[in-house]
Design a protein around this ligand. Structure first.
Ligand SMILES: [Zn+2]
Length: 364
């Protein structure tokens, strides 16, 4: 790979917190993502049409990626299936931050499929990155991780990964540890379809990370088992609770505020909440929109707090882990007051890195 072009993709995307949205809501996302360190991942079949509008008519200048999302859903494409050349050439005409072909899903053990995507992306040139919609076994050291790292390093192309799990892909220890190993490799990794962990991955080596605006855009739902209805059900509207570093449904936030009204945890200073308690989100004229804007503002605030200024990678990591540790304490505190307020498993995994950090900390 040409080193100077790699740098161009890297320079464009470095440390960006992207907003991953379906193309129908792309215009809402522009307002949130048009800031230093922001950008967009437009998702789905209409992503390119929206990207053309955003770039040519709204003159949006932050990084834009288009993710067709063919690796997800019931009628997903599989890894060995061909790319759509028209999808690629239209991205080039728009001069997007990078070209992402419409790659299919990399199933468990499908090494040939993985290699096929990486080889074809390498042949596309230096502006291309490989979208890998991965079965979670690819992050397991006892299953696919070694092969994944070997294949990615051999291909030498940046990758954009999305992880399959019904709820919380970074909850299982093996997946979390596998991701840490992958991020420690020299190949640039872009995290697609993340939740709050997007910021953690930026601190631990991801080139860029995308936070999904709906639960369906924060992971890949597994295919339903034959004969089952499957599909993940109707997701409730959720918003980030800043001090908990986690999403909670608006119903749950409402219950918690009623049980513990004096807790400053519920007071939000983001431009949308403007010092109100978060209970207002549920009674807003459009709760989904209010939760959406509050959550993205909060995410950018957390990102900027940690990444801005002259800080070393180790300091960023310590800062993120300390926030996760504090969030765990908030969960413990809340769980004693309200019914079932349990931390996401991914948050526990991040907080558990504190021990690891201490052992790595250099002596003064
Ligand atoms: Zn807010």
């Amino acid at each position: 790979m040409n080193a100077s072009s790699t740098t161009r993709v890297q320079q464009t995307l470095a440390e960006t917190l992207l907003v991953q949205t379906d193309a129908n809501h792309g215009l809402d996302a522009i307002a949130c993502a048009d800031r230093q360190g922001g950008g967009l991942v437009l998702t789905g079949e209409k992503a390119l049409v929206t990207a053309e509008y955003v770039v040519n008519h709204r003159h949006y200048t932050r990084p834009v990626l288009v993710d067709r999302g063919r690796y997800a859903g019931r009628r997903r494409k599989f890894a060995c299936e061909p790319f759509d050349n028209n999808w690629i050439s239209r991205q080039r005409r728009l001069e997007l931050a990078a070209v992402m072909p419409d790659a299919g899903y990399v199933a468990e053990g499908d090494t040939a499929g993985l290699e096929s995507i990486l080889t074809r992306v390498r042949s596309l040139g230096d502006d291309a990155i490989a979208p890998l919609g991965l079965h979670l076994s690819w992050l397991d050291i006892n299953r696919g991780l070694t092969t994944l790292i070997e294949q990615v390093e051999a291909a030498g192309v940046p990758i954009a990964i999305a992880l399959e799990h019904p709820k919380d892909p970074l909850g299982p220890h093996y997946a979390f540890d596998g991701l840490m190993s992958l991020l420690a490799q020299p190949t640039p990794v872009i995290m697609l379809r993340c939740d709050v962990s997007a910021i953690g991955t930026l601190c631990f080596g991801a080139l860029a990370a995308a936070i999904g605006t709906t639960t369906g855009l924060r992971h890949i739902y597994p295919l339903p088992k034959p004969g089952s209805n499957g599909g993940g059900g109707q997701a409730k509207t959720a918003a980030i609770v800043r001090g908990c570093l986690a999403y909670a449904s608006l119903d749950k936030i409402d219950q918690a505020v009623q049980a513990d009204p004096d807790n400053m945890l519920w007071v939000c200073e983001c431009p949308w909440c403007n010092g109100r308690t978060m209970q207002w989100l549920g009674s807003a004229p459009d709760p989904e929109s209010a939760a959406y804007h509050h959550s993205l503002e909060t995410m950018y605030h957390i990102r900027n707090n940690i990444l801005s200024g002259v800080v070393t990678p180790a300091e960023r990591q310590r800062s993120w882990i300390a926030q996760c540790d504090s969030a765990m304490f908030q969960f413990l505190d809340l769980d004693s007051i309200t019914y079932r307020w349990e931390p996401p498993a991914a948050l526990e995994n991040w907080a558990a890195r504190a021990t690891h950090q201490i052992t790595l900390r250099p002596t003064p």
